[in-house]
Design a protein around this ligand. Structure first.
Ligand code: GLU
Length: 465
């Protein structure tokens, strides 16, 4: 089994799905998972993309050191060339110097493929001459595909395709086959997009005299409009999900549901169950809908299921701007992990993604809260100034600064004005946290402490003069 990404961009969620499927299949079959970086397209590859792939794989549990590789396709250039030469020498490939225009002029169509002009012209090698594979005229190529049955391709419809360019460099199609062959790959599990390449590749396997692998083309991943996920339009980078605060366990569980489900109507299951129950043959060949809303809900459930201590740890990168997460736009001024631990259980039930922790608790770690001006205007109405005055006075008189006393005290302040608690606490919340929504207020005030709470309430009161 191998996973063979091309490092031409951020690592795509569809790629992550294929990697996991290969990973599990290798485990189930007692096989080896090989990572091969297909880096032969020098113009589009960048080393940082390779690093991104390795670290993203690591994140979802395909950890460095636990697989064979990474191997790099560019290191096998010698073998690719040797295979091209062998195909030429055995008569399975021939040289051709036709340009696209030549072919068009002969066939009268820009849509028709190559017409076999040089098949029997014995051109021989030379600068600017491409090497083409001589496809059989008759018969059919049957691809054995664990997911799609036996897609069959008539050979006469497969053009004599190029295997090495005019400069002698083998094309991807051939390099990919030669690498799989050299590495002894028995199963090629990859995206459906490659299915049209498969008959050509299988013909190459046959021509090179090696038994072709078993194929499995896993379904294309689409958005809610049934369009193939694209990096220009959709959020496709695994890294982006990671930075937003998706948990690796939620992510990999969700990715495995693209086209497959565990037994018994379950969706959220431990990884061990997926490893045990996953059957490549059961993967649905139709396009798989990547439902971000569902993923969010999933992630929320995973977050709630974490032991609190793990939840606290998991939030640290967003709170302190450290770790693997790029520094958040927000920097705490007085971060205190104990204070965070005190409110963490209240926050844990409310998040869908970990980055949402910041607006929930930032008021605890800033010298003064970030005031959301729209929330302020909406909340601070006639009477808010007096209400804050009374609340400050009542809080100052409190003997014990605890959530319960704070609540009953503010309730009494509101009752004097005929206000329900919700209305009474709104101005206090905005004064202290800067927002209209957030964690339960009185627990928040307890953790924030008497001095800071009162200072903020007085400051808000002054703004209302
Ligand atoms: N490098 C190819 C890609 O990233 C994969 C080809 C394959 O898996 O055979 O799409």
């Amino acid at each position: 089994m191998r996973f063979a990404p091309s490092p031409t961009g951020m690592f795509h969620v569809g790629g992550a799905r294929s990697a996991l499927q290969n990973w599990i299949y290798a485990k189930q079959q007692g096989g080896v998972f090989v990572l091969r970086v297909e880096d032969t397209d020098a113009a589009r590859n960048k080393p940082e993309w390779t690093e991104g792939i390795l670290s993203a794989l690591d994140w979802i549990g395909i950890s460095r050191g636990s697989y064979e590789g990474p191997h790099f396709q560019s290191e096998n250039a010698g073998e690719h060339r040797a295979a091209a030469a062998r195909l030429y020498e055995s008569g399975r490939a021939y040289y051709c110097d036709c340009t696209r225009e030549d072919v068009q002029a002969r066939t009268g169509s820009q849509y028709q493929g190559y017409d076999g002009y040089h098949r029997d012209r014995d051109l021989g090698p030379g600068p600017g001459r491409a090497l083409r594979f001589r496809t059989p005229d008759e018969g059919a190529t049957v691809v054995v595909d664990l997911i799609r049955g036996e897609p069959t391709f008539e050979n006469r419809l497969i053009e004599d395709f190029v295997i090495a360019r005019g400069d002698g460099s083998p094309v991807f199609l051939l390099a990919n086959v030669v690498d799989d062959m050299t590495m002894g790959i028995t199963h090629v599990i990859r995206a459906e997009e490659h299915l049209p390449n498969t008959p050509k590749q299988q013909l190459l396997w046959d021509a090179l005299g090696v038994k072709p692998p078993v194929w499995a083309h896993v379904p294309v991943v689409v958005n809610e409009k049934r369009q193939k996920l694209s990096k220009r339009r959709d959020k496709v980078a695994l890294e982006a999900y990671r930075e937003e605060g998706y948990l690796a366990d939620a992510m990999r569980n969700y990715l495995m549901l693209l086209g497959w489900a565990p037994s018994g109507d379950r969706e959220i299951v431990p990884w061990s169950v997926i490893e045990e129950e996953f059957r490549l043959e059961e993967v649905n060949p139709s396009p798989a809908f990547f439902d971000e809303k569902k993923l969010r809900a999933f992630n929320g459930e995973y977050i709630r299921a974490l032991p609190v201590a793990e939840f606290i740890d998991a939030c640290q990168p967003w709170l302190t701007g450290t770790g693997t997460i790029a520094p958040p736009p927000w920097q705490p001024e007085e971060y205190d992990v104990e204070a965070f631990a005190a409110v963490a259980p209240l926050a844990q039930t409310r998040l869908a993604v970990l980055s949402e922790i910041v607006p929930n608790v930032d008021f605890l770690f800033l010298a003064s809260p970030l005031i959301d001006e729209a929330a302020w205007t909406k909340t601070m109405k006639d009477g808010s100034a007096e209400l804050l005055d009374d609340a400050v006075a009542a809080f100052e008189a409190l003997e014990s600064w605890d959530a319960e006393s704070l609540k009953s005290t503010l309730e009494a302040v509101g009752a004097d004005r005929g206000l329900k608690l919700g209305k009474t606490q709104a101005p206090v919340r905005v004064a202290v946290t800067g927002r209209t929504i957030g964690l339960p207020l009185f627990e928040s005030l307890e953790v924030l402490g008497r001095e800071r709470t009162l200072t903020r309430m007085r400051a808000a009161r002054l703004r209302l003069v």
